[in-house]
Design a protein around this ligand. Sequence first.
Ligand code: C5P
Length: 303
Amino acid sequence: MSVTVRVPAKVNVQLAVGAARPDGFHDLANVFLAVGLYDEVTVTPADELRITCEGPDAGQVPLDRGNLAARAAIALAERRGIEPAVHLHITKDIPVAGGMAGGSADGAGALLACNTLWGTGASRAELLAICAELGSDVPFSLVGGAALGVGRGELLTSLEVGGTFHWVFAMAGRGLSTPAVFREFDRLAEGCDIPEPVASRELLDALAKGDPDALAAAVSNDLQPAALSLFPELSDTLAAGRAAGALTALVSGSGPTTAFLARDPESATKIADVLRASGTCRTVRTATAPAPGATVLTTSATA
Ligand code: C5P
């Protein structure tokens, strides 16, 4: 018996960041949009917990118990008093350390896959609670679609999306550490008055209408200056995509992946071609949004 779950990447169309809290996290108003780039997690019974990974970036994925997929299996097994004796295989298509919640996707995917394999029957609410323990972005990977995340990003309200958005993503030659980007945010904000993070009404309306021009006018990412400060070359990628006709260009989450909103599929293809030729990034992908959350693809009787 094995179970395969598919989980989407995300882009943050709004990432409003408040001041650092006593626990070191930051309060957020985080508007997540799931995009059609996916990791797959396959779970199979094994003698003991082990992880393997395939895909172009597989070499950068830690295969120890710190991997969010392993932590998810352990967390569910501990709650049920069973051993997490499984082989987790990750087929990785979401960039590693890219600001697109690839690690979180693997955590949510492993959790749903193990819950299915073991027949543990965890409710949606329990799965979401485990996801929130694993990381701020993990609940959204389970839910998908579009959602506003508050608190440290884990308290979700699903959002209406009235159409399909066409995106282009440029993957950078190296990753960025999320904690390092938040630390840089704190450094840049020193001495400034940081307002409470609040979701933008214009942005929520643009999503609900499925209006790419209105969405482009409303996107924002408070982590972008920090990401650009640590990775200044990203400005060249953003400029190349804008010049190719992107309605807007922004850093995805904590970066360094950059995201470009296109008016239609033809424009997305053109922006992708220009970015590929620009020499300012490693790879370029197009994807549509919203995408569904973690989904069981197959349960098979054979390992
Ligand atoms: O929750 P997660 O483990 O994904 O967070 C990774 C790191 O990102 C945290 O350790 C913290 O440094 C930073 N972070 C933050 N505020 C948030 C979410 C993440 O400072 N709301």
